[in-house]
Design a binder for this molecule. Structure first.
Ligand SMILES: C[S@@+](CC[C@H](N)C(=O)[O-])C[C@H]1O[C@@H](n2cnc3c(N)ncnc32)[C@H](O)[C@@H]1O
Length: 424
């Protein structure tokens, strides 16, 4: 059924318009235009490039709209039936690409990474391609991988996952992308009075831990409990065992660890291949967490290796896990402060940068460049932040010599990149 296009300024939330969908954009949606090639931009979820769809407007913004594809008139050959029954407009917002075939998810993410590199870093046609992580070669790789899951709990004490861009909790029976050991737990059929959320971890070493979080109540001593503000361990060990980079690790379940079981090993291998650490080379592992990259570098260089990490949980984990390695120092500080206060200062040969989603930022990039390493490996969970920081490196006379990208978060829009940055 063809839908009349309302006059642009008359649009309201809930209106339906028929559009032809264009390229994927950063954020888990495709770009379309209402009213022709120069019309208003609308970011459409649940759609694929080339499709003719009816899109229901979900948000109106100055300069763009958001919408969900609610009827598909001409389907892309890359469209599949979502394996999860909660992945639909108005359903669970945890996955963006359940309707996209395995191979097309890799192409989608490749297009997004290339577009971000071109637009934000001026790198045209950079030869990067998003690769699947080691594991099943068929589409079963898309499910059962998520080793860390956060369920939300609503005001009626029901657990579930959040709708897209909303605090609305969607009740689910199980999350199909969660690790099988997490799906097996009987957490979602129960009510959780007083809880805000549940954090569940299934580690590569075979441990399963469940933490309950809740907002502090007056006189509540949970707020300074050992697991962090408002977190109570319900079951599982105080530290879960992980295996990566040829080592066994013990990390608290509430601390940072790569979410896909194959990610930590893959990223360590790529960082080592890119940096080619040699004996005697001094290294920094900035935003180091439990010291995943520091351990691998120190084992090869035998030289001074410094981890900088700001979270107390990460610092304690790094000190406990790296304690046996000579020449490794763990500095508890924000990276920008450690560098500007010269708590960590050059000369340095090799740097790993693995910042959170916001990226390292210009101040850290300048300080790292000034320290004059031979090579930098930048591990990035947001291609936009990577591209912005690459632009800063470029302005300082550095270049991206190689970029690899991995599908560490199948079914979601997220992608992990590793860039080798060297003096131009
Ligand atoms: C993406 S994780 C990487 C951790 C580690 N490299 C790994 O792969 O396991 C980012 C880490 O940076 C830490 N972090 C966040 N902001 C920071 C800052 N400004 N300075 C230092 N560490 C920070 C977080 O606590 C987290 O451990």
């Amino acid at each position: 059924m063809s839908v009349p296009v309302p006059v642009e300024d008359d649009l309201v939330q809930g209106d339906r318009v028929e559009v032809t969908v264009g390229a994927p954009a950063h954020g888990g949606h495709c770009v379309a235009r209402i009213g022709g090639p120069h019309g208003r931009v609308v970011f459409v979820r649940h759609a694929l490039p080339g499709e003719r769809v009816t899109a229901e407007i979900t948000e109106l913004h100055r300069g763009y709209l958001r919408a969900d594809a609610v009827e598909i008139h001409e389907a892309s050959p890359d469209r599949v039936t979502p394996p999860c029954p909660y992945a639909h407009p108005g359903g669970c917002g945890g996955c963006d690409l359940q309707h996209v075939s395995d191979d097309a998810q890799l192409r989608w993410k490749t297009a997004v990474v290339r577009e971000q590199l071109e637009r934000l870093a001026g790198l045209t046609d950079f030869p990067v391609r998003v690769e699947a992580l080691p594991g099943p070669a068929d589409s079963s790789r898309l499910l059962g991988w998520r080793s860390r899951v956060r369920y939300a709990v609503d005001a009626a004490d029901r657990p579930g996952l959040l709708q897209h861009r909303s605090h609305q909790v969607v009740a689910i029976d199980r999350c199909r992308i969660a690790h099988p050991a997490i799906q097996e737990l009987d957490l979602l059929a129960r009510a959780w009075p007083d809880a805000d959320g549940l954090q569940v971890v299934a580690s590569t070493g075979g441990d399963v831990a469940v933490l309950v979080s809740r907002s502090p109540l007056a006189g509540d001593d949970l707020t300074d409990g050992p697991s962090g503000p408002g977190l109570v361990r319900l079951s599982g060990p105080e530290e879960v065992s992980e295996v990566a980079g040829g080592r066994a690790w013990r990390v608290p379940p509430e601390g940072f660890w790569q979410v896909h079981p194959a990610a930590a090993d893959t990223l360590v291998g790529v960082v080592l291949t890119m940096l080619r650490p040699a004996e005697g080379e001094v290294a920094w592992d900035l935003y180091g967490g439990a010291g995943l990259f520091a351990a691998a570098l120190a084992a090869r260089t035998g030289a001074r290796t410094t981890v900088v990490e700001s979270s107390p949980i990460g610092v304690a984990a790094a000190r406990a896990n790296l304690g046996g390695l000579p020449n490794v120092e763990v500095v508890a500080a924000k990276v920008d402060v450690a560098l500007s206060r010269r708590r960590v200062a050059g000369p340095v040969d090799l740097v790993v940068l693995d910042p959170p989603r916001a990226g390292a930022g210009a101040k850290v990039v300048r300080a790292v460049a000034e320290a004059g390493p031979r090579a930098i490996a930048y591990v990035a969970c947001d291609p936009a932040a990577l591209a912005r920081d690459l632009a800063t490196f470029r302005s300082l006379g550095w270049k991206a010599a190689e970029i690899r990208a991995f599908d560490c978060f199948p079914m979601t829009q997220h992608v992990e990149c590793v860039a080798l940055i060297v003096p131009a």
